[in-house]
Design a binder for this molecule. Sequence first.
Ligand code: SF4
Length: 503
Amino acid sequence: MEKFISVFDMFKIGVGPSSSHTLGPWLAAKHMIKRVIALSDVKNINALHVYLYGSLAKTGKGHGTDTAILMGLQGEDPVTTDTRLIAQKVQAIKEQQTILLNGVHSIQFDYNNHLVFLKDKSLPYHPNAMQFVVELKDAVKTFTYYSVGGGFIETEASEDGLELGHLIEDKKETNIEVPFNFFSTNDLIHWCIKTGLPISDIVKENEKQLHTEQALEKGLDRLWKTMLDCIYKGVHAEGILPGGLQVHRRAHDLNAKLLKKEIQANKSSVESNLEGDTATNLDSNHLEQWMQQIQSGGADFTYILDWVSCFALAVNEENASFGRVVTAPTNGAAGVIPAVLMYAINFCNKGSQQDIHRFLLTANAIGILFKNGATISAAMGGCQAEIGVSSAMAAAGLTELLGGNQRQVLMAGEIAMEHHLGLTCDPVGGLVQIPCIERNTMGAIKAITAAQLALQSKPDYALVSLDKVIHTMWQTALDMNVKYKETADGGLAMQIPIGLAEC
Ligand code: SF4
């Protein structure tokens, strides 16, 4: 059922590398514990088995599904957990063969036997399914969850009254009445014409039914700060990404090269700043200075192009390293929107707090249309559902910032998706690295091109509407062979020796 989705549910702060395979299962494990507490007591759990189905089983190891579930079972919060300690905590569970449920109740847990990857089985409702079979003192309960993309989770009919397709609502969202609900671009345009408001304000008025204006602004600031921190960490982290593919981080060297190229006069101070910064030691003064250096480097086409790539690479390298990222609308595609927003801030003079809020709110409108009209899950629709949707969201946000009218904003979203239709998901080794990291650079550049095309066009002459492209994307998803839907059974994933990636 179509519903309004808050900007804070579309953009969730969490941990990489995947929103559907990491963040969703993490939240599901936490939610399952919450349900046990509501029914009984977590201390009544004697034993626990976790079963992963379909895409979660096939690419779960590479996507960190096992890690996420273990963290969720311990009661860790993906928003606040110290990401540097994740590997250590998971290793301790494996070695000690015990797990501290919700941080209070220790049970025996053998990673190799209690967490089962059922690669040849799937559940009918959605390819990303998981079941928790919980042995309580007086009963055995099964809790089934589906991770439906972007960190959204749904649960199945159960004794505690939740029904199939029930969207888990830990935060305020959805069923609340909003003044300008929209199920299609026609609805959205209707509200824009009726009110004279830009798309960002339509969304803002809806959001104000869920939060105070002050809370909305604070939340949007927090989202952007998390995105910016992620970029900044990413450009200052070196080395090889985890997982066994031996993928080298590139954002670090590209950042250093671009700064050195353009700021020769300040070469020594720039270098000393780079040496001082680490992925875990952010300094806001350095961050400010870094942004100024980027902006003072000129407007050469390749200079801007390289920076946009650098921003996107930085986010997705952090994502691949279990770093803190914001789903936008997914983790695999988390670099597109921050990269395009950085482009707007640094090269289009659109860096005010209001600009950033407008960008995110407009992008959310497009994300809602795709989530309700098609999917944002690669396991359902391939990479068009991730990079394609993020590119459409970014294109729309940028177009509004650059002065496009509402129809041009929607047109930009349409153009961006039109040229991602049919894009398959074929992650090498089941890791969110190849082609995912580079693919974010492509999504960002296509978003900028789409925005420019829309700004230079008359939407009245466009033959393809955003609604039509959303429908086409969904039809393409239905037709797509399952091996191209986040299974690592087709495409590029079959071209690289798989043994390399097993982790
Ligand atoms: S190929 Fe695309 S959809 Fe698949 S994991 Fe990578 S970024 Fe996500």
